[in-house]
Structure formats: structure tokens, C-alpha cells
Design a binder for this molecule. Structure first.
Ligand code: 8YV
Length: 331
């Protein structure tokens, strides 16, 4: 029997690829080349499914070139690399990997915020350079995390995870802004207060960005927003590059209009704005917030579960556009 053909667009756990091979004829990418649009299109010839990461753009032009494609399974919770309306219009199911990475990503967001507030990267670099010759009363003094005001922009699952850590573990006052307000029973255990964006910017001691990227969140934090923050505040971005105007942030950090930033994501990554690389008061990590071994395995397996279910008549666990399944059910 001929197996359906799929593409695994990036290197992933061999066990996941082996599992996919029990259901499909798999073209994988063990050398982990990041395909440009033309190469991705070439590799998708004859494929009914694609296992993707945030690096692969699935847009209308690609979908039009591959009418045989039925499912695109992203190994990521974020899916700004997918044109969802284009997928839905063509009956292509899109899936992502929510939930399995929530706590791991919230751990990292909190760690990055703490590293930023307490100047961990800057002080470690100082020590490694051999510059530590004596204790000094104000050496690398930062700002307290415990008891301060935690601001969350984007209060989905990961945002709530960061808020829980702050409120329950560190006695932080939590304020947040989001498209929609949480239910009272979600706000109450963490004492979270819904505020408008201007209040969030003005009152947060530590602002953490956890909102999805879209045209409407592009440069949600730019020069004006940075100017509205406290000069002692920190900004942490574990969401997506492009939500922050990195050039404006570099300028604000240079002029100490905010104290420091922690960035796991960048506009145009893996390129990083050169000014950020030269500044001491920014902690930079290479998009690793979900990178615990257990969570990356869970993400890969969930993406595989989605592909297998979608192409073998099962129910995909985490569809982004379930209306495609409803259309198929009705057909
Ligand atoms: C991924 C992420 O590692 O899930 C997301 O949205 O940003 C990360 O967990 C990355 O997108 C690679 O797919």
C-alpha cells in the first residue's frame, strides 16, 4: 500500500520521525537546512502534510502551488508563520502545539525577567573578563522582583503562568492588559488587576510581553510606549520579534529611559539589531523559552499527533482552524 507523503521541514527528534514513518512516506531534513520559500515549495511537491516550525512560512502563494496539501502542523504554539485565512479558504488544516509548553515557557519568562532585573548577564560577563577585584557596595545593584509590580501584556496561558509565579512565589502585584479580560475566578487567585495599556506601561516595574504577533501587535512597544515606562522598569519579551521596535528599544536602553531588557525574540531573528549587542543592560537569549528537553519532545509529539490524526481519519488534538474539519465532516 502506498503511504501518503509528508515533509518534515526541519530536523527533529529521530523518534518522532521514526513514528511518522510508520504512517507516511517521510522526506525529512536531518541536516536542518532552513529552506527558503522556493526550496520549501520544491520539497512540498506531492506532499499532503507538512511538519513545520516557526521558520517556515505557509502563505497563499505556497498553498496555491500545492493544492494536494491537506495539513500543516506547526511545532510551536505561535503560528504567525501561517496565513490562517488562506489555509481555511483552501480547506487546509493548520495545527499548533499549545498547553504542552505553557509552564516551561513561563519558567523561562520569569527567569529572564529576574536575570534582567538583577543584572545577571552583565555581571557574569564582568566576572569572566577578570574585572572582579573587590566587593563594592553598589556593584551591579538592580531592582527587586519580590513585592514589585508585574505587568503582563497578553494574558493567555503563558501570561497567566508568569503571573502565577510572580503573585504566588514572589508576592508581586499583578496588573495586565489583554484583548479580553480574564474571568473573576481566574483573576482572584493571583490578585490580577485588568488595566488599560497606558496604566500598564506607567505602573509596571517589570513588564513581560506574552501576546501573539499579528499586524495589530506589530511594534506594540515602540518609542512612545518605552517613554511612558518608569526609568527603573525592565521589559521582557518572550513573545515574538516585531512586537517590540528593537531600534527604539536599543535607543531607550542606551539613554537609560528604561533600566534594562530581557529578549528571547527579535525582529528578523536570527539576526539581532547590532545596537542591542553592544549594550550592557540587555539580556539576550536565542529564542529558547520553550527549550526544555521534555517540552520540546512533547511539542514534537503533539505536532506528529496532529499530522497523523489529520491524515488517517482521526481527530487532531489541537487544530487552529477546526472549521476545516467541520467542512470535511459535512462533505
Ligand atoms: C518555538 C515558540 O520553539 O511555540 C512557539 O510559538 O516560539 C517556540 O516555542 C519556535 O516557534 C519554533 O517552532
Amino acid at each position: 500500500m502506498k503511504l501518503p507523503k509528508i515533509l518534515v521541514a526541519r530536523a527533529v527528534f529521530p523518534e518522532t520521525v521514526a513514528r511518522l514513518r510508520t504512517h507516511f512516506e517521510v522526506e525529512d531534513n536531518p541536516s536542518d537546512t532552513v529552506f527558503d520559500a522556493a526550496e520549501l515549495s520544491r520539497r512540498l511537491q506531492g506532499k499532503v502534510g507538512a511538519f513545520t516550525t516557526g521558520s517556515e512560512r505557509i502563505d497563499a502563494a505556497l498553498l496555491d502551488a500545492h493544492p494536494q496539501l491537506r495539513v500543516v502542523a506547526n511545532m510551536a504554539v505561535g503560528y504567525n508563520n501561517f496565513d490562517i485565512p488562506a489555509c481555511t479558504a483552501r480547506g487546509v488544516l493548520a495545527t499548533n502545539t499549545p498547553d504542552v509548553l505553557t509552564e516551561t515557557t513561563a519558567d523561562f519568562g520569569f527567569a529572564l525577567m529576574m536575570a534582567t532585573a538583577r543584572r545577571m548577564a552583565e555581571s557574569e560577563a564582568f566576572l569572566r573578563r577578570g574585572e572582579w577585584t573587590k566587593w563594592t557596595y553598589d556593584m551591579f545593584t538592580g531592582s527587586d522582583v519580590h513585592g514589585s509590580t508585574l505587568g503582563i501584556l497578553g494574558m493567555g496561558r503563558i501570561g497567566q503562568g508568569v503571573a502565577r509565579r510572580g503573585a504566588l512565589g514572589f508576592g508581586m502585584r499583578v496588573i495586565y492588559h489583554n484583548r479580553s479580560r480574564l474571568l473573576p475566578e481566574q483573576e482572584a487567585p493571583i490578585g490580577a488587576r485588568y488595566v488599560d495599556k497606558a496604566t500598564l506601561l506607567r505602573e509596571a516595574d517589570h513588564l513581560v510581553l506574552v501576546l501573539p504577533y499579528s499586524a495589530s501587535s506589530h511594534h506594540a512597544i515602540g518609542a512612545a510606549e518605552l517613554a511612558a515606562m518608569k526609568p527603573t522598569a525592565t521589559l521582557t519579551n518572550i513573545a515574538r520579534g516585531g512586537i517590540v521596535d528593537d531600534a527604539a528599544l536599543a535607543q531607550a536602553l542606551r539613554e537609560r529611559r528604561i533600566a534594562a531588557a530581557g529578549l528571547d525574540v527579535f525582529e528578523g531573528e536570527p539576526r539581532v539589531h547590532p545596537d542591542l549587542l553592544t549594550l550592557p543592560n540587555v539580556v539576550l537569549t536565542p529564542h529558547i523559552a520553550s527549550a526544555s528537553v521534555a517540552t520540546r519532545r512533547a511539542m514534537a509529539e503533539l505536532a506528529a499527533d496532529n499530522l497523523i490524526a489529520a491524515l488517517t481519519g482521526g481527530v487532531p488534538p489541537t487544530p487552529i482552524n477546526p472549521e476545516v474539519l467541520a467542512q470535511k465532516g459535512a462533505a
